[in-house]
Design a protein around this ligand. Structure first.
Ligand SMILES: Cc1cc2nc3c(=O)[nH]c(=O)nc-3n(C[C@H](O)[C@H](O)[C@H](O)COP(=O)(O)OP(=O)(O)OC[C@H]3O[C@@H](n4cnc5c(N)ncnc54)[C@H](O)[C@@H]3O)c2cc1C
Length: 295
């Protein structure tokens, strides 16, 4: 819980570290003190902290302000922890909605007169005698330090099963209300999968949540409670120890306890995590270590 809070805090702490580092370097004309890549919670936290610290900085974002929050389903309940936003102060709530959280961040950005260059993607990074040259889709910048606040979402991980390329297969759910009365399989055992399954079920769809593990042990307590209520009310079906084996136009083959079952199916939502942009990170000189197979 509190991943948004953690991201904001990490962004703020990165600037504290950079401020100390810069004290040892001289201020110079056209060179930024810090260039921040990404305007999700971490990039916003870093940008506010950079402004507060009086640094010469620039923030670029390849899409729009908000990062992953923009990809949450409409009206999603966001569970977080109290956080400290530079130039704004403490934010005490633990539960809010996607829309309210975005409004809060955008309001603070406006009030703080923070300029974020949206629709500008970093494409390359090179070091030149202790300074970084950053190439973006719109130009080039020189900066003494860089904060990569690019998130962990990267590219959605695929299952690698037959039929996954069918247009009925999706990796994010923006608007659950686009479905009504559909047979839908949601694959995954984390918060994203559970939230999507509950949102789709509450819109009058027949939803099966399929997870290969024997328990949903990683989900937030609030989601656990809501899921238990939905299961008791038979609003959706949970298939543990199940593996989606093949997706066809009108059905899906799921293996449960070693037995293959064909289920009627119109849409499949897969939430199997994301793969970090490791190639991009390596190309710009960031070392990516793997522990237990995970970066
Ligand atoms: C479905 C879902 C539900 C979630 N629910 C919750 C919740 O209830 N509570 C909670 O605390 N957390 C939740 N999280 C997690 C939370 O959203 C993330 O931990 C948080 O957004 C991370 O912030 P970030 O700034 O590090 O990364 P992100 O929010 O991913 O932002 C990274 C930004 O970097 C930009 N970027 C990437 N590469 C480049 C580039 N080359 N050039 C320019 N810009 C670039 C991206 O466009 C993006 O805007 C959820 C996540 C998902 C997917």
């Amino acid at each position: 819980m509190g991943l948004v809070r953690n991201a904001v805090t990490q962004g703020r702490q990165a600037i504290e570290y950079i401020t100390c580092y810069l004290k040892e370097k001289q201020k110079s004309g056209d060179i930024y003190d810090v260039l921040i890549v990404g305007a999700g919670p971490a990039g916003i936290g870093a940008s506010l902290a950079a402004k507060k610290a009086g640094l010469k900085f620039i923030t670029i974002e390849q899409n729009d302000i908000g990062g992953t929050i923009l990809n949450y389903p409409r009206h999603k309940i966001v569970m977080t922890q109290p956080m400290d936003l530079p130039l704004h102060g403490k934010i005490k709530f633990r539960e809010t909605t996607k829309e309210a959280l975005l409004e809060l961040f955008l309001g603070i950005i406006k009030k703080s007169e923070l300029k974020i260059n949206t629709n500008e993607k970093m494409t390359a990074l090179a070091e030149q005698g202790g300074t970084f040259k950053v190439t973006t889709s719109k130009g080039e910048y020189l900066s003494k330090t860089i904060i990569l606040a690019i998130g962990r979402r990267g590219t959605p991980r695929k299952l690698g099963v037959a039929g996954e390329a069918l247009p009925k297969v999706c990796y994010s759910l923006l608007d659950p209300e686009q479905h009504k009365g559909n047979d839908i399989i949601v694959v995954g055992g984390g918060d994203s999968a559970v939230e999507a399954a509950m949102a789709l079920a509450s819109c009058g769809n027949k939803v099966t949540l399929s997870y290969r593990g024997d328990a949903l042990s990683r989900i937030k307590p609030g989601n656990r409670e809501r899921l238990d209520q939905a299961l008791t009310a038979k609003k959706l079906t949970l298939l543990l120890k199940s593996n989606l084996k093949e997706i066809k136009a009108k059905e899906a083959l799921i293996e449960v306890d070693g037995k293959l079952t064909a289920m009627p199916n119109e849409f499949v939502y897969i939430f199997a995590g994301g793969e970090l942009p490791n190639e991009f990170l390596r190309a710009i000189g960031v070392r990516v270590e793997k522990k237990f197979g995970t970066a």
